[in-house]
Design a protein around this ligand. Structure first.
Ligand code: ADP
Length: 420
């Protein structure tokens, strides 16, 4: 009776053993497989007999033998289970497959029981993703370098255009008729617009090129600095600015985050269309992130454009209505995502105001600043506001804003003909 039951149970186990899609095996401490299921043949192509005839190390990729031996030694000497160990196994056609292993030693039987899963496709996908990420990083860096160089080089001829149109306006205005003076005004306006675009593109490329310097800083002080930069617009637009009293201390690159606050607050002021404009700045706490917001009661943004506005050069207004380049929110997105956060806008729609949110993770650690960087002799200069970098309010020409680190001051660079 008992014998029958044992036989029945054995047949039962063997059926499952051969049905398994994963590779099951029993190996001896002599380095040979004693039992392998059918999945081995389906996966690697060797018959059961071929698998049992050679030491299992024969099947392992030469580069993985050392790690396999080390895991094997730990298992034999210390009785440790092998959990999620990976190595490559030879196939009958000469190729290799990645296997993921779990194994347990039964010392009393001098046997190792193991299960392996073919993870080749996962590994290939991982490798492909890594390669794509590297490629993307490389092409982004190239694009940033290209943007930087081109923008920089464009400044030189632009200076000439600005300077000579200025000389024309000063010295020859009375010699031109109305149409000529009209052309000159268009020329000067175009030069200003070109400068705004170049400055914004330079800022955008700089974010990727300059390593962020994370320091602990009070967000209230960043907002206070922004307010002093936009004070004129606040009065001009008759805006009530409400800043929450509980803005937190956070770890971030302060110059960059101040830039985000400045862009969002400047936009709230610029696009305001109410006689009594109200702008609120606050922060909501979540366990792992700070979520800052800038809310206005302005025109609002149609839900169908709420993603589009973060893309470069995308504007929902005509330039005749509001000056701008369509780069500000792209800069904000790049800065926030560079901090590992997210940025988005919520608005019920036309006329109902907008709330821009951005999150900053609480897990950011302050940067280790090298001695060179502390002395300001590093190759990329500093990004700490205390070391003289200007906050960057785009479009605020009076404040000299838009000048980032390492950028030369704007000057005409052109001499007035005749040495004047
Ligand atoms: P810019 O202000 O130079 O046009 P941005 O990237 O800062 O560029 O903004 C993109 C567009 O998003 C703006 O042109 C405007 O149409 C819209 N926008 C931004 N902020 C607001 C806001 N607070 N209220 C309404 N529309 C806004």
């Amino acid at each position: 009776m008992t014998e029958d039951r044992d036989l029945q149970q054995r047949a039962f186990r063997e059926r499952f053993f051969d049905l398994s899609l994963d590779m099951l095996c029993v190996a001896g401490l002599d380095g040979y497989f004693k039992l392998v299921n059918r999945a081995w043949e389906t996966t690697l192509g060797f018959s059961v007999e071929e698998m049992l005839a050679r030491p299992f190390l024969d099947f392992i990729h030469p580069d993985d033998i050392e790690a396999t031996n080390a895991a094997y030694a730990l298992q034999i000497e210390q009785g440790r289970d092998i959990v999620e160990f990976e190595n490559r196994y030879l196939c009958k056609d000469g190729s290799y497959k990645w296997l993921l292993w779990n194994a347990k030693t039964a010392a009393e039987e001098a046997l190792i029981y193991a299960v392996a899963r073919d993870i080749t496709s996962v590994k290939q996908a991982e490798k492909l993703m890594e390669e794509k990420a590297l490629e993307l990083e490389r092409s982004n860096a190239e694009l940033e370098d290209f943007t930087h160089v081109v923008s920089h080089d464009l400044k030189e001829p632009l200076r000439g255009i600005e300077a000579f149109s200025g000389f024309l306006a000063e010295d020859y205005a009375d010699k031109l008729d109305d149409r000529g003076r009209g052309y000159l005004t268009v020329l000067q306006d175009s030069a200003v617009r070109l400068r705004d675009l170049i400055d914004d593109l330079l800022q955008l490329s700089r974010i990727g090129r300059i390593k962020p310097q994370y320091v602990r800083v009070s967000s209230a002080s960043l907002v206070a600095d922004v307010i002093s930069n936009v004070e004129f617009s606040l009065k001009e637009k008759n805006t009530e600015l409400r800043v929450a009293a509980d803005l937190p201390i956070l770890v971030c690159d302060p110059v960059r985050i101040q830039q985000v606050f400045e862009n969002l607050i400047s936009n709230a002021l610029k696009y305001s269309d109410k006689a009594a404009q109200v702008v609120e700045v606050g922060c909501v706490q979540e366990p792992h992130r700070h979520i800052f917001f800038v809310r206005d009661n302005g025109p609002g943004i149609d839900p169908k454009y709420q993603e589009k506005i973060f893309r470069i050069f995308q504007r929902l207004v005509l330039r005749e209505e509001h000056e701008g380049t369509g780069v500000g929110l792209t800069i904000c997105k790049k800065v926030v995502e560079g901090h590992g956060g997210e940025i988005w806008v919520e608005s019920e729609g036309s006329g109902l105001g907008s709330t821009f949110f951005f999150s900053i993770p609480k897990s950011i650690e302050p940067s280790q600043v090298s001695k060179e960087e502390q002395n300001g002799t590093g190759p990329q200069g500093s990004s700490h506001p205390a070391r003289g970098r200007q906050p960057t309010g785009r479009g605020d020409h009076a404040a000299g804003a838009g000048k980032g680190p390492g950028e030369e001051p704007a000057h005409s660079g052109a001499r007035r003909p005749g040495g004047a």
